[in-house]
Design a protein around this ligand. Structure first.
Ligand SMILES: Cc1cc2nc3c(=O)[nH]c(=O)nc-3n(C[C@H](O)[C@H](O)[C@H](O)COP(=O)(O)OP(=O)(O)OC[C@H]3O[C@@H](n4cnc5c(N)ncnc54)[C@H](O)[C@@H]3O)c2cc1C
Length: 464
């Protein structure tokens, strides 16, 4: 029986463990914090749970435009809605723990041994976990990453915070300064603004979310400003210090911003030091990420790696797929190398931004030839009925064949709408095929089939 030892119990590790157990391997997971990893305990699951509260609050604030109003009271803000952060954060932590327990139960049911300890490689076939030494035919490293700390802006857990420390707050920050306007910064800035904090978003670049579709980022920036957020572009933070009652953020150009709390979201550092990796022939890149090929092999025979510690695409779905691929390859099963071009990703702002396939940037850079159509959400009947004006559906297809290459959806619950485009990209469907698919009337997904119709060749386009 093949013996597999996995270091790290996040999506990269536990998904690998489940597949390996189902294929008959003897599996041990070494995890120091708890099953589910940072994804479940501190990052993805808690943030999306907090965002669920903020989206609900924003919907209540926006309800007056649909003729629905609430009474205000002493605890209520101008929209007449109150938020209890103790309850919000209690729910966040309980839900994360429950999810971790579910994963622990599933692993136990599949016969996976979980050791609560810090693991390290002793040699490519031996893992040390606490006081145990385990021999392995295959080792999978799935140790994730941790928040990057900016020198001069070290989190203290009280006023200067990493996102992992947010859920201990008992009150809504009066004025939250978010340093870093990537996906994580944008998600938290929007969530706290909707919950009722004054928010300043400090972005070192021209616009927020510089790596995402520019049209989508612009929609969101406009929504954020309309909701009263102070978005500071081209403002690189040099230091964050505590003051008597809060924090002061000093920018590199000498300007300052003062608030009650500061949230640092300036990237991730892989958890790859002190694991005995390089000593055992596992090559790291210059940023400390483990180098892997498309079937998750590292440079050391028998040692695979999956998830954020590889820096491939820091998403839970990608970590899980890398982990499964590692197992399939190690156990000699049929395996397809990972295809990053088909990964669907979502930014859980409000509205959400979901994307799959090629990007507008690749098209503009001339890397890919594509026809593009963009339909504003304001033209969609269901969006009008629901009072959603901000967002769009954008579709890319090959000019001659009409094969769908990708798309971007900016809309409430875009994370659910993108699946239609993911299926199209994965199975190389054409815009004609997409256009001939029934969408419910009225629905936001109707804009996807409508966009496909606009991209159809004139001979087949027809009309309804
Ligand atoms: C705020 C935030 C929100 C996010 N939201 C989303 C989202 O909505 N959707 C999405 O797809 N992705 C999201 N992500 C990214 C997602 O969380 C990661 O891509 C995912 O967690 C990666 O999984 P992983 O298994 O590589 O690592 P992790 O989930 O980080 O798990 C690694 C585990 O390894 C353990 N470990 C580390 N070193 C050792 C050791 N030596 N011995 C034993 N155990 C060890 C750690 O304790 C940890 O539990 C978010 C990230 C952040 C920061």
């Amino acid at each position: 029986m093949t013996r597999i030892v996995i270091i790290g119990g996040g999506p990269g590790g536990y998904e690998a463990a489940l597949v390996a157990a189902q294929l008959g391997a003897q599996v041990t997971v070494v995890e120091e914090e708890g099953p589910g990893g940072a994804c479940v305990l501190t990052d993805c699951v808690p943030s999306k749970t907090l965002i669920a509260s903020s989206v609900r609050k924003q919907a209540l604030l926006d309800a007056s435009s649909l003729g629905v109003r609430f009474d205000g009271g002493p605890d209520h803000d101008a929209g007449g809605v109150a938020v209890d952060m103790i309850d919000v954060n209690k729910r966040v932590k309980e839900l994360a723990l429950a999810q971790s327990n579910d994963i622990a139960a599933r692993l136990a049911a599949e016969g996976v041994e979980v050791i609560r300890a810090r693991g390290r490689l002793v040699d490519p076939q031996v893992v040390r976990a606490g006081d145990r030494t385990i021999r392995a035919d295959v080792v999978i490293v799935a140790t994730g990453a941790h928040p990057r700390v900016l020198p001069g802006a070290e989190p203290d857990g009280e006023r200067i915070l990493s996102w992992r420390q947010l859920y201990d707050l008992e009150e809504l920050p009066e004025h939250l300064i978010v340093v870093g306007s990537g996906v994580t910064g944008a998600e938290f800035a929007g969530a706290y603004r909707s919950l009722g904090s004054e928010v300043t978003l400090v972005s070192s670049r021209d616009r927020m979310m510089p790596n995402e579709d520019a049209d989508a980022a612009e929609v969101l920036e406009e929504v954020y400003r309309r909701r009263g957020m102070n978005v500071m572009g081209r403002s690189r933070a040099a230091s964050v210090k505590r003051t008597e009652h809060g924090v002061v953020v000093t920018l590199e150009d000498g300007r300052t911003a003062e608030g009650s709390h500061c949230l640092m979201t300036v990237g991730m550092v892989p958890n790859t030091s002190g694991l005995g990796l390089e000593d055992n022939g596992v090559r790291l890149d210059r940023n400390g990420f483990i180098e892997v090929d498309k079937v998750s092999r590292t440079s050391a025979p028998g040692v695979y790696a999956a998830g954020d510690c590889t820096g491939v695409l820091m998403l839970a779905s990608v970590a899980a797929m890398q982990g499964r691929i590692a197992v399939w390859h190690a156990l000699g099963e049929a395996v397809q190398p990972i295809r990053l071009a088909t990964v669907a990703a979502n930014i859980f702002t409000d509205p959400e931004i979901a994307a799959v396939g090629v990007s507008q940037r690749q098209i503009e850079a001339g890397e890919i030839e594509a026809n593009v159509v963009k339909l504003p959400l304001a033209t969609n009947a269901r969006a009008k009925m629901q009072g959603f004006n901000d967002g769009f559906v954008k579709l890319f297809c090959r000019p001659n064949t009409g094969i769908v290459l990708g798309g971007v959806v900016v809309a409430p619950r875009a994370s659910e709408l993108i699946l239609a485009l993911s299926v199209a990209v994965q199975h190389r469907l054409t815009v004609d095929q997409l256009a001939h698919t029934f969408a419910v009337y009225p629905s936001l997904s109707g804009s996807i089939t409508e966009a496909a119709r606009r991209l159809m060749s004139p001979l087949t386009a027809g009309g309804i």
